[in-house]
Write a protein that binds this ligand. Sequence first.
Ligand SMILES: [Zn+2]
Ligand SMILES: [Zn+2]
Length: 366
Amino acid sequence: MADEIRCVLMTAPDAPLEVRRVKAPRPAPGGAVLEMVASEVCGTDVHLHHGQLAGVPYPIVPGHVSVGRVLETNGPLRDVLGEEIGVGRLVTFYDVFGVCGSCWHCLVAKAATRCPSRRVYGITTGLADGVLGGWAERIELRPGVRLLPLPEGVSVEEFMGGGCGLPTGFHAVERAAVALGDTVVVQGSGPVGLNAAIFAQLKGALRLIVIGAPRARLEAARRLGADETLDITEVPDSAERARFVRERTGGRGADVVIEASGNPRAVVEGLEMLRDAGRYVVVGQYTDAGDITLNPHRHVNRKHATILGCWGYEYTHLHRSVAMMARHRERFRWSSLVTREYPLAEAGRALADMEALSVVKALVRP
Ligand SMILES: [Zn+2]
Ligand SMILES: [Zn+2]
C-alpha cells in the first residue's frame, strides 16, 4: 500500500485549492478505505469555498457524495441487508456519521438530520479528522458508515449524475406529499431541482413546471419530463412568473411548489404560485442568504398553506432513491447530467465552472 496519497485541500475560505500529499488513510476496526473513482462538485462546495457555511473545520478535503472501490477493510463490512461487501466492490456510502441515536433530536423529535452530533463527509470534517472527503485518491470510511453497493446496471456516471441531488430531491418530494394528479412547480433547475422534478413525476404529478436558469439546465429539465420551463433571465419580473403559473392552473396556483433555488426571494414568489391549501417545501436554502418579507395573512394563514423545511437526508432516502434510479434509469438517464469531469489538479476550475453554472453536474476523478 502506498504511504502517501494525493488529495485536494480547501485550506480557508476563498483561498486557492491545493493538491497535497498526505499519509494514506488506514481503516479503523469496523471501517474501510476506498479507492476513489469519482466525487461530485456541487453548489455546497462553492458555498464552502466562500466560507458561507458555519462550523466548517478548515482545512478540509471537499467532496461528500462519492463512489469508490473497497480497497481495504478492517473486519467484515456489511450492507443494510447483512450481505458482506468484499474488497474490490464498487460502492457509494451515506456521507453522514456520528448521528447518535440517543439524543432528544434522534429519539424524541425523530429528526436525525438535526442531531447535534451529526457530521458530514467533506463538509463538517477537517483534514485533522483524516481523509474524509472525496476529492482524494483514497477516502477513509469510519466504522458505522453505511455502504451501499451500486445496484446492477447503475454506472458510476449515472449515480454521480444524480449525486447529492438524488436523495435530496427524493426527500423534498416525500416531504411535499405529491399526490396523483398534482400540478407541481419546482423553483430552481440545479441538481436538487432536477431530481425533485424526476421524483415528483414518479410520485404521480400530472403537470410539472420548472423555473430556473440557465438554458442548458432548463433543457435538461424538459428532457427529464417537465411540461414547461420558465427562464428567469427571460422573465425577470417575479409577479409575471407567478402569473405564468396561475394562468396554467385555472387562476388557483400549483398544488405543490418545491423551492430548490437558494435565493430567499424565491420563497415569497413560490407562495404566490401556490394554491390555497397547497404544500410548499423549502429545500434550497442550505446556506443563510438573508431575510425576506412575506405577508403572514396572505401568504400563509388565509391561504391555509402548509410550509415545510427539508434539511439533509437520511440513509433511507439514499437507499430508496438509488433503488428508484436502478428501476427508472432508462427513462431519466441521469448520466446525461454530468457535464464535465476534472482531475484533482483542476478542482479549482471545477468550482469556478460550478459557480458560473456552466455545468449541471461536475465530477472530480482522481
Ligand atoms: Zn442524536
Ligand atoms: Zn452536494
